[in-house]
Design a protein around this ligand. Structure first.
Ligand code: NAI
Ligand code: MG
Length: 330
């Protein structure tokens, strides 16, 4: 029996979470679900975007599933704060091309390892009307930690056996100086893994011109965030981009996308990012075989090309695509 916290959030977060729950219900594994609120609607109801009760539920579960939240003016981001509360310092964002989906190149297969607890996501901003300052916190501890995760992952993937460090140390000399130095310090312990480092602007181009170059990309919080949406765009969009936030004690799994107000309420959101995130969660709690099966089921349904949501060129609804995927799993 696994205790799973479910935080749907806002907009399509609710729609894709229904898909995840439908899938989990059909599996031959016992789960005990606890539900937590977070986000814009939660703020309107409770006066906070992330109630203590939600944090408690997430902390005491074996793993947490998060949908997406709409940002609330003047209020902190619930997902950033939840990541901090759970100390899930590594945000893993796998990117791969799928047969049947338009991709900039076939056989793209890399993973972005994004530092999750500091950088420009400190949410520390101050100043007056004329001058405002955002703090970009980079510590040696967190930088070495995230590099360690990236090298371990490159070793485990045994793919191109390479880690690319992405930074902007020519301008952010101190902060990204520490980030880059930490990366090469950790690299010394992994002589079998190749290393390279690029500036973030050049990386944004290389991802388009030479995406097959990449295996594991490690970067700070904001750069990792921006590059992961770009990378999702290389392989068919945000509908196919899952993520896992991992720490020593907790795992928090969520699609890369947001609450997508432009399509919310229409039941046409692609459920795959959430379903693939659920597979990452199952892998994390130890249900590796089921996780693999789910990944294969998504591949099969997408390759068949018959039951697809509009973002992938089809006409199906969220739940129709979900049911097609679940049919392949069970
Ligand atoms: P978004 O990721 O919600 O949407 C960007 C574009 O991708 C939209 O055109 C949307 O329709 C499309 N899209 C996203 N997910 C899709 C799916 N599953 N199927 C089909 N199409 C999909 O980003 P946007 O529009 O910049 O932000 C909307 C809201 O979400 C904002 O309030 C933002 O702050 C919030 N947000 C929340 C995140 C989170 O909770 N982790 C992450 C990113 C944004
Ligand atoms: Mg993002």
């Amino acid at each position: 029996m696994y205790d799973i916290a479910i935080i749907s959030g806002d907009g399509i977060g609710n729609e894709v979470m229904e898909s995840a729950e439908y899938l989990l219900d059909k599996l031959d594994i016992n789960f005990n679900f606890s539900y937590g609120e977070a986000g814009f609607e939660c703020f309107n109801k409770n006066g906070t975007t992330l109630p203590e009760e939600t944090i408690k539920i997430a902390k005491s579960s074996d793993a947490t599933l998060f949908g997406a939240s709409t940002s609330t003016p003047g209020q902190p981001s619930p997902i950033i704060n939840l990541r901090k509360e759970l100390d899930v310092y590594a945000n893993l964002r796998p990117i791969k091309s799928y047969k049947g989906v338009k991709s900039i190149k076939d056989n793209i297969d890399f993973i972005i390892v994004r530092e999750n607890t500091e950088g420009l996501y400190s949410q520390i901003e101050y100043g007056d009307d004329d001058k405002v300052i955002a703090e970009r916190v980079i510590t040696r501890h967190a930088s070495e930690n995230i590099s360690e995760i990236a090298f371990k992952l490159a070793k485990r993937r045994n793919n191109k056996n390479k880690v690319t460090c992405v930074h902007k140390s020519n301008v952010l000399k101190k902060t990204d100086g520490v980030f880059k130095e930490s990366f090469y310090n950790v690299a010394k312990n992994y002589p079998e893994i190749a290393t390279e480092d690029f500036y973030v602007d050049a990386t944004a181009m290389y991802l388009i011109t030479d995406p097959l170059n990449f295996d594991v990309i490690v970067s700070s919080n904001l750069f990792g965030d921006i590059l992961s949406d770009e990378s999702a765009g290389l392989v068919g969009g945000l509908g196919l981009a899952p993520s896992g936030n991992i720490g020593d004690e907790n795992g928090l799994f969520e699609p890369v996308h947001g609450s997508a107000p432009d399509i919310a309420g229409k039941n046409i959101a692609n459920p795959c990012s959430m379903i693939l995130s659920t597979a990452m969660m199952l892998d994390y709690i130890g249900e590796k075989e089921t996780a693999l099966k789910i990944n294969e089921a998504v591949e099969t349904v997408v390759a068949k090309g018959k039951i697809l949501t509009p973002d992938l060129g089809g006409k199906s609804k969220t739940m129709e695509m979900t049911q097609a995927i679940v049919k392949e799993v069970i």
